[in-house]
Design a protein around this ligand. Structure first.
Ligand code: PBG
Length: 327
């Protein structure tokens, strides 16, 4: 085959050439660590997510310092309250665990990374749904918006710089934006979980936040079959004033991610969720997969599909590896 001119393998010949020909690379600054903070003095392991814990406020303080040292871009906080009720009052109570943890971590870390908060009621309701229920048991969209507005104020007052709206209520971005602006929080940013699918991959998260949900979230989260609808949800959130839009889960929705990345004028993030984490950890623990390579490839693929930043439970470990490689 002496007439073979086109040889793509040329650029794969040596490590140096491969490095130079690499189209994208992951940087610690574009990684965000989701963190769970519980009430009480002791941190607790999460059995279905080996290596991830429910922090106490104190252990969360230490973890956020380590995260900043690793150079990651931010942390996303989830609260795990002891007591829950029908309307999720713990979410709007300034002394509720999420707001307490937010104040503590902002105080601890200042401006060296971005402290962000999950804005959703499911961790705080006794029925486990992301909103309040109407008398007939359905999730009441518009009544929930009022709760989200109060929650946004509580989180902004606690010092959260970026509110992660993960509840999938219609109109949530506009409702929260209006309330923040009216209260003088024009600079508190909104991350819209725009294309959030009703996914089995959230399974381990339910243990992580000790969720009490029975049933499912299919009346508000998206049908995994629907790509067009995911793009539409992103467009609506952009129109409502979202500063960043997100696709979630990540790995099984790279097509949606690529399409949102192609149309969005605002940054597009993706959330590599609990089940994506646990599957790789479980296979690696069995010796069936090379853990580090699988972790790196999974996050790289999410970046390649178009995510500007990635929420991943491996954020700090991955950043540490990247820092070693570039040392
Ligand atoms: C809702 C929320 C969920 C996750 C993040 N925010 C759970 C759900 O919608 O059922 C899942 C994250 C993960 O699985 O890692 N507040």
């Amino acid at each position: 085959m002496s007439n073979l001119v086109i040889r793509p393998r040329r650029l794969r010949t040596t490590p140096a050439l491969r490095r130079l020909a690499s189209e994208i690379r992951v940087h610690p600054a574009e990684l965000i660590l989701p963190m769970f903070v519980r009430e009480g003095d002791d941190a607790r392991p999460i059995a279905s997510m080996p290596g991830v814990v429910q922090h106490s406020v104190d252990s969360a303080r230490r973890a956020v310092v380590a995260a900043a040292e690793a150079g990651i871009g931010g942390v996303m906080l989830f609260g795990v309250p002891d007591v829950r009720d029908a309307t999720g009052t713990g979410a709007t109570d300034p002394n509720g665990i999420l707001n307490v943890a937010t104040r503590a971590l902002v105080e601890e870390i200042g401006d060296s990374l971005v402290v962000q908060t999950d804005l959703c009621l499911d961790e705080f309701t006794d029925h486990g749904h992301c909103g309040v229920l109407a008398p007939d048991g359905r999730v009441d969209n518009d009544a929930t918006l009022l709760r989200y507005q109060d929650m946004a104020l509580a989180q902004a007052r606690a010092g959260s710089a970026l509110l992660g709206l993960s509840g999938m209520m219609d109109g949530q971005v506009a409702a929260v934006r209006e309330t923040l602006d009216a209260a003088g929080f024009e600079d508190t940013a909104v991350l819209a979980y725009s294309a959030k699918y009703a996914s089995a991959y959230y399974g381990p998260f339910r243990e992580a936040v000790a969720s009490t949900l029975t049933g499912n979230r299919r009346t508000y989260q998206l049908d995994p079959a629907n790509r067009r609808e995911g793009v539409r949800e992103a467009q609506i959130d952009i129109d409502e004033g979202a500063d960043i839009v997100m696709v979630k889960p990540a790995g099984s929705y790279l097509d949606v991610l690529a399409e949102v990345a192609a149309m969005s004028p605002v940054p597009v993030w993706a959330y590599q969720v609990s089940g994506e984490y646990s599957m790789i950890e479980a296979a690696a623990a069995q010796g069936w997969i090379d853990r580090r390579r699988a972790v790196e490839e999974s996050v790289l693929s999410i970046r390649r599909a178009g995510a500007d930043a990635v929420l991943t439970y491996w954020a700090v470990e991955l950043a540490t590896w990247l820092n070693e490689e570039n040392a």
